[in-house]
Design a protein around this ligand. Sequence first.
Ligand code: DHB
Length: 392
Amino acid sequence: MRTQVGIVGAGPAGLMLSHLLHLRGVESVVVESRSREAIEATIRAGILEQSTVDMMARAGVGDRLKREGVVHHGTILRFNGRDHRIDFEGLTGGRVATLYPQHEVLKDLIKARLDAGGDIRFEAKDTVVEDVESPRPRIRFTDKDGRAQNLECDFVAGCDGSYGVSRPAIPQDKRKDYLRIYPFGWFGILCEAPPSSEELVYARHPRGFALISSRTPEVQRMYFQCDPNDKTDNWSEDRIWEELQTRVSGEDGFRLKEGRIFQKNIVPMRSFVCEPMQHGRLFIAGDAAHTVPPTGAKGMNLAMADIHVLDRALGRFYADGSTDLLDTYSETALKRVWRAQHFSWWMTSMLHRFEGASEFDEKRQLAELDLVTSSVPAATSLAQNYVGLPLE
Ligand code: DHB
């Protein structure tokens, strides 16, 4: 088998790249370990930056997002038991965040690829990326019918997430990994209940952080800071609600609307960057190259921003044979990656409880929250980063 660009991973990055290349007339094959059903049913992130929404629209896959996505004009930072609103729209000249779950983005992209005759190999096993230093890199895998496949490509795009096979195909001595592990995780739930707030609530409480988000008018997503080694089975529904209610409680009497909890999971928190994001003819993007802690919802958006850069670079190559944008892919993408790393780390640091923090640390944290909710320049900085920097 031969294609122009072999793509490992049918997540937001891999599918968007395949779709954008198709619009340019460049062929690709996507190799994915999971089934279409599993991908379309896994609940992950929920918030799209303005530039991700614009990218979906420009690529012709934004109709359902426009109809069903819920625009968030601002967000709530809750501390000292009170709400403090950040007005994204007013502070950024009209930019907003949009709530549209990642698996809905994936459904739209998979449909667009399959409708256009795109080639996605679901349920591939034993995938390996080889010979990326040669002019003919390959992806080898066993397809879902058990047949060994050898996909020869001009380029390989590694979009297979934090635990994929692409990043390890960059030799250890040719890359540097930057890692920070946080001493806490997020306990996430999905529940059948009406929304408790029109906008997302990021709450800082002496017992730890909590986030009140949503998925649909009937299904809500909430998280609270937890021990990363805790087990979901240790938490009954009653105990979860008591903890969440405590963390958002305050003098205004705010209460969450409770309902049956039908999914629980614990998300680890880390910051990670692999530099460079290229080796030979292998280009890595999204979580294959970097991870952000979830605070601030940058993960999927950053993956899409990588693809914006990579698609243009491959487009230039196939238009006139020039490798100049491919040569600067890593440098260009990493600039935004590090900005998002800083923002995600900062939001995490400002809102979480750190074991062993001194009273001074706690007062300083509250002063910072006071600053970003009362100073226009400080609030503007948060708002601009949250809705996302424009793509270059
Ligand atoms: C969600 C997750 C986030 O990390 C965040 O900052 C906002 C929303 C969510 O899953 O809805």
